[in-house]
Ligand binder design. Sequence first.
Ligand code: AMP
Length: 217
Amino acid sequence: MQLVLLGAPGAGKGTQGELLEKEFSLPRIASGDLIRQAVKQGTRLGEQARAYVAQGELVPDELVTELVKERLAAPDTEAGFILDGFPRTLTQAQSLAEYLAAQNRGAVTALFLALDEEVLLHRLTGRRFCPRCGTSFHLTGRPPKREGICDACGGQLEQRPDDTETVIRNRLRVYRQETEPVLDFYADKGLLQRVDGSGDPEAIFSRIQAVLGEKRL
Ligand code: AMP
């Protein structure tokens, strides 16, 4: 099963990607994580990507496509994968389709998590994470038991620097401009499945399972 998760920032791609990863034992490949890791490690690619991420702009197609292809070449993706946050532009969608076709790996299923912009803003501004173990929280939706402290490992919770309101508004603008055309790219090929992204993670996951079950992937 080759899945692509589409949706605006805050639509729940990360959360649903993690649930899918567990359910199907497939690797989740999040382009944002790959980029943040490269930035942290100070690689050539990371240095080039740093300023774009900080401003909520898209990292140039060649850079992010290189990172994702490198990851897709690893043997653990042979049975399938869950791509989260990639593709985000038409060029990236075309590159991915060409890459998979060249390896006879078949087409992807694109799952679009649809959600209103007001809800997206609320989700993103309240988002917190633990830099030590990676667990995610939300100030109102999934609050930690002790304020500012990770339930799982006791680490100090942080806000992603690009989750501030100004940067979020820019990320949503970029999404409308660059990523929405990707929905049509997959819809035209009959590969797009729309899922209502509202409600709690379990409810959304049930909807996804229903869609995937119908398709019998
Ligand atoms: P995310 O964790 O998916 O919200 O991504 C965080 C940031 O990484 C984005 O705001 C972009 O700057 C960059 N990024 C992640 N994925 C991509 C992509 N497919 N294309 C370009 N930039 C990306």
